[in-house]
Design a protein around this ligand. Structure first.
Ligand code: GLU
Length: 493
């Protein structure tokens, strides 16, 4: 049997990180088993569809490095893969159930209410839970047919048969029994002719020969209704695997509006390394066993399996996410980091200074790369070299106001004025010469220079850092630092 799995988003907004995790697990399972991964668009709820959402899904998956074998954008042998183009299929299946007496027309106006589960809640809407109150279930078939032919608006309800509990066999959760009494006669075709989610999904999964339905836990309570549809048609259901819910740090279901967790497009926009996101999400509910945590996409495809997916909610740990993002960002080759930084400058509308050519950017990023989680971080980490103005912090200011610091900077500035060469080696030699002339060394020599040029007492390698600043800007900063201590002297007098 060839494994066939699908990810079936509704194009109702951003692709949330929990959805990406579901897509990823489907992808990994398909690749691990040599099966097929299918992308289906559940877009039958026209009111909720957001223009551009489907293209955003495709872009996000491409960015993350996921590939699919059949889908709404590329087609395939089981298409169409856009549910809105399959409405006649749902309708003809509903007609079969009507003819077999397994479904009936419901003329009650409240059947009009929405039954498609919102992605947040997963479950049936209120009308579905309410059932039919007008006795439509017992209307004579010819009477119902007459009213349908007369054009009377109606929904179609599934006639949920009584019987033993429905057992969902879940790869991750084992067997879960649902009482039939709780299911009632649910709507399968709404008054507007569109299918409800539970009907559409069962038909599509069957007709697309899906072997494993891997999706979020919030859909577990929908599964018994889907099993009833399989049963009514005499179809063999697929296997189910309901992934553990994604929780926030206070162990509540992660909200789509959680300000700490962004839609995938926002991570891309900030210049994160996509593989970091894939790696982090893979560990959200799946455990590789052992201590290792960094896995390439290929390694994940090789190792991922459903038997190591847990049941307990998976916490989106922000610190861990930043850690993972940093692991990947600091491992980037310099030219790759520079590419992301240039792209980021474009996103931010940030004008890089004229001296920031590729080799300058490579040198700059190498000094701060170890601390970055994404390209956007670079602009604050490197601001002392990027911005014309330097901001002196309190410690630096206090040091610059001392007599000793003043002497070092004065001497350094005058040495600069005499020698136009400004590079790492020349600066180092100059620093030593100033130290010898003044009889100072170590911290007393380096700190004032660092404070004058960077506004801080701490930072990356001083000579490398200094060499990133153009000579003119560096000299201007020294003059400003001298002015700071002179201003203090005047006030003091
Ligand atoms: N369109 C549903 C959702 O976005 C798909 C659920 C399923 O995979 O069955 O949640």
């Amino acid at each position: 049997m060839t494994v066939r799995v699908r990810f079936a988003p509704s194009p109702t907004g951003h692709l949330h990180i929990g959805g990406v995790r579901t897509a990823l697990f489907n992808f990994l399972y398909a690749r691990h088993t040599g099966g097929k991964f299918i992308l289906r668009l559940e877009d039958t709820d026209a009111d909720r569809n957001v223009p551009g959402a489907e293209q955003a899904f495709v872009d996000a998956f491409h960015w993350l490095g996921l590939t699919w074998d059949e889908g709404f954008d590329i087609g395939g042998p089981y298409g169409p893969y856009r549910c809105s183009e399959r409405v006649a299929i749902y309708r003809s299946h509903a007609d079969q159930l009507l003819a077999a007496g397994r479904a009936y027309a419901c003329f009650c106006p409240q059947s009009d209410a929405k039954e498609t589960p919102s992605e947040e809640e997963g479950g049936e809407g209120p009308a579905g839970a309410m059932g039919c109150s007008g006795g439509c279930a017992s209307l004579a078939a010819d009477e119902a047919l007459r009213r349908i032919r007369a054009g009377e608006p109606h929904a179609i309800r599934f006639r949920a048969p009584s019987g033993p509990p429905i057992v969902v066999r879940d790869i991750i959760r084992g067997e879960i029994a649902f009482e039939r009494d709780d299911l009632r006669d649910f709507v399968i075709i709404k008054r507007d002719g569109m299918p409800t989610y539970n009907f559409q999904v069962a038909i599509d999964d069957h007709l697309m020969a899906i072997t494993h339905v891997i999706r979020g836990e919030e859909h577990l309570s929908n599964t018994p209704r889907q099993l009833l549809v399989y049963e009514a048609f005499g179809w063999q259901p697929p296997q189910f695997a309901h992934l553990p819910i994604v929780l926030d740090e206070s162990r509540k279901k992660l909200s789509k509006r959680d300000p700490n967790v962004l839609p995938v497009s926002a991570y891309r926009e900030r210049g994160y390394v996509p593989q970091a996101i894939v790696n982090f999400l893979a560990l959200l509910g799946w455990s590789p066993g052992g201590e290792e945590e960094i896995f390439s996409l290929e390694a994940l495809c090789e190792r991922f399996d459903l038997d190591r997916v847990g049941r307990a909610g998976a916490v989106f740990d922000l610190a861990k996410f930043q850690w993972m993002a940093n692991q990947y960002f600091k491992a980037l080759a310099p030219h790759e980091a520079v590419r992301l930084i240039r792209e980021q400058a474009g996103v931010l509308g940030y004008r890089l200074p004229p001296y920031a050519d590729d080799s300058w950017l490579e040198r700059a990023v190498s000094l701060v790369q170890d601390g970055l989680t994404c390209a956007r971080d670079f602009f604050s980490a490197a601001s002392v070299w990027l911005e014309p103005e330097v901001a002196y912090d309190e410690e630096a200011r206090a040091l610059l106001e001392t007599e000793g610091a003043h002497r070092v900077i004065e001497a350094y500035l005058s040495a600069c004025e005499q020698d136009p060469v400004w590079d790492e080696a020349a600066n180092r030699a100059r620093t030593q010469a100033v130290g010898r002339a003044l009889g100072v060394k170590g911290k007393d020599l380096f700190m004032p220079i660092r404070a004058a040029l960077t506004g801080q007492l701490h930072g990356p390698d001083l000579q490398k850092s200094m060499a990133l600043l153009p000579r003119e800007i560096a000299m201007e900063r020294m003059r400003r630092a001298l002015a700071l201590s002179e201003a203090r002297d005047h006030q003091g007098r």
